[in-house]
Structure formats: C-alpha cells, structure tokens
Design a protein around this ligand. Structure first.
Ligand SMILES: O=C(O)CCC(=O)C(=O)O
Ligand SMILES: [Fe+2]
Length: 334
C-alpha cells in the first residue's frame, strides 16, 4: 500500500506555470484616461476588495445551495456563506459542469442589480453598465485527472465574439488560491489586438500553445471575495485546474458601458442562412448574414449555411452585434 501512495505522489498534479502577482488598478478609479491606458498596456484591470461582500455572499449562497442539492458537499454550520465547499467525493457522473440549474435561475440579474455592485461599475465607467447576458457559473470540482496539465486552454475571447467590444468580468466568489486554480492571464499582450489562435481549416479557433508567449508574461493572485478582474478581449488567458479538495466558485460575465456599441439582446424572430430578424424590447431588427458573420453555437464553433437554421429557431435567445444592417456576431447567451 505504501508503494501505491508513493506512485500517487509521483504523478501528483503538475505545478501551475510560474506567474507573478497581478497589478492592482484601484488607484486609477475615477481617472478614465489612465484606466484606458492601463487597459491597452496591461490588458486588464484588477481591483482588489471593491465589490460588496454581502452581495457577493448572496450570489455565492446560490452556488452553495446548488452544490448541496447535487450532494457533492456536506453542510457544516448554519450560515449559508460559511458552509464548506469541500468536495465530499460523491460521484460526479451527473454533475452539471456548466451549472445549468443556475443558468436557468439567472442569479446574475439580482447580483448586478444590487445597489453597491451597480454603483461600483457606474463609478468605474463613468456611465451605467450594460451587462451582456453571456454568463458562466463555475463551481469547478477538484480535477479528476491529476496528471493532466493545469492549463485548461489558453485563449483570447476576442476571436470568439468579434465586434462585441465587451470587457470580460471575472468574479471570484470565495478565496481562490493557487491550488484552487482560477484565472491566469498574460500582461502586456493586448495592445496590438493580435489574434494568437492557430486557425483551423474550418475558420474556427483552437487553443494557443503556451510556447507562443514569453514565460514571464503570466499573472495571477490569490483571489478573494470582493475582488474583480476585468480583461481585454485580446488578453490571452486560461483557467487553471483545481488541485485542491474544494470547489472553485467564480462567475464570468461580460460588461460594457451603456455608451459603448452595445449588441442587440433578444430572440430570433426568423432566420435563414443569409439573414436574421431579431426581436427585442424596441421591436424587430432585420440583419444580413454574410460568410464572415461569426454565427456560433454555445461551444464557440462557427456555423454556416443549413447549420445556422438547424441551431437557431424562432424564439431562440440570441446576442447579435452588427454594423448597420450586417450582423457581425450571432451567438447564444450561454
Ligand atoms: O474561469 C475560467 O476558468 C475561465 C474564464 C474565461 O475564460 C473567461 O471568463 O473568459
Ligand atoms: Fe475566456
């Protein structure tokens, strides 16, 4: 038995690539020009301890509730936010890895409507925030394959949503240390808007090999509830696998200022391979679809021709960016 334990230790999880501490940009809040400059040069804004912890705690509680329902953590104590999120080892065969039950409940809506949360983003942008309803709720269990690389997949979000100038808004809901993993991003590589993705023959993007980047570009930190990381669309980043014994709890969302060129968020009214009509609160907008239009599915894969009408149906929720009457991106919210 001792030998088995030794073997387990030898194939134990690979270390995360060495990463320096993220800069903090708290001191720039209120100075839009300096914020813009850091956005281009650093490729992210990291704000430490700025989000109301009660609001973050209420959002976390919805995650914890779901983990309890799934039977993968055991309650300790009575206060929901103090419950352990230690994985109890129960089968993950039916675990909703993309937290579909939370997708249905949409707890992000109540979260961004909380006054201190809305106030923070309003102050940051000097304008009301516009939340693009493209949300991932991550309650990531400890890695089931500890021999695998800790890099989930280096990517940029830009090539997956060309034409929607949103900011990635990544919010830790509890402490996320190096073992729990969380997000690692590259500093100083966004200004030129380079697409670092190798192009597949079908025009879709595959993950970027780590060798493409200078070894000293990587940044992360031990994230705490109350922190928020906003990332430039062109900033290479990856999740790090979770090699702790707890669940990793985070939310990634997309935000922009109301004055920015916001996409249409609505429902498909009608669709054909070369055109789409979208209905939102202000009526129906007809748009053209061209071969370059990034019509994509929930996995980020580009669709064309009949694939478009197989995937999108009248009534499908949709986010569409456009230049005049040409759709540039058509994507599902999730
Ligand atoms: O949280 C993660 O692991 C990845 C998040 C991400 O890629 C994003 O928010 O764009
Ligand atoms: Fe991403």
């Amino acid at each position: 038995m001792a030998e088995v334990a030794d073997v387990e230790r030898i194939v134990s999880p690979k270390a995360a690539p060495s990463a320096r501490e993220l800069k903090t940009h708290n001191h720039l809040i209120g100075n839009l020009a300096a914020l813009d400059e850091a956005w281009e040069q650093d490729g992210y804004w990291f704000f430490r301890d700025v989000l109301d912890k009660d609001a973050v705690g209420r959002l976390r509680a919805t995650f914890v509730e779901e983990l309890e329902l799934q039977g993968v953590i055991d309650p300790v104590g009575t206060a929901p936010t103090d419950r352990s999120v230690r994985y109890n080892g129960a089968s993950l065969a039916n675990y909703p890895f993309r937290m579909e039950p939370l997708v249905v409940r949409q707890p992000w809506r109540a979260f961004v409507a909380e006054k201190p949360i809305n106030d923070f983003f309003t102050r940051l942008f000097g304008d009301e925030p516009f939340w693009v309803p493209a949300v991932e709720y991550r309650a990531t269990p400890p890695s089931q394959d500890p021999a695998r690389s800790r890099l989930d997949g280096i990517h940029q979000d830009g090539p997956y949503s060309p034409g929607i100038p949103f900011r990635i808004c990544w919010i830790p809901l509890a402490e996320i240390d190096e073992d729990i993993g969380g997000l690692m991003c590259a500093e100083g590589l966004a200004a030129d808007k380079n697409n670092f993705h190798p192009q597949d023959d079908d025009g879709s993007n595959s993950m970027i090999p780590v060798e493409k980047f200078p070894a000293d570009c990587w940044r992360r930190t031990t994230y705490q509830a109350g922190d928020v990381l906003l990332m430039n669309l062109w900033t290479p980043h990856t999740g790090l696998s979770n090699v702790s014994d707890r669940f990793r709890l985070s939310l990634d969302h997309r935000v922009m200022a109301k004055r920015d060129k916001c996409p249409i968020v609505g429902e498909v009214e009608s669709i054909a391979p070369d055109r789409v009509e979208v209905r939102d609160g202000s009526g129906v907008t007809p748009l053209r679809i061209e071969p370059d239009t990034y019509v994509r599915n929930h996995m980020g894969e580009k669709l064309s021709g009949e694939q478009i009408v197989d995937y999108y149906k009248p009534g499908s929720p949709v986010i569409i960016a456009h230049d005049d009457d040409l759709a540039t991106v058509v994507r599902p919210p999730h």
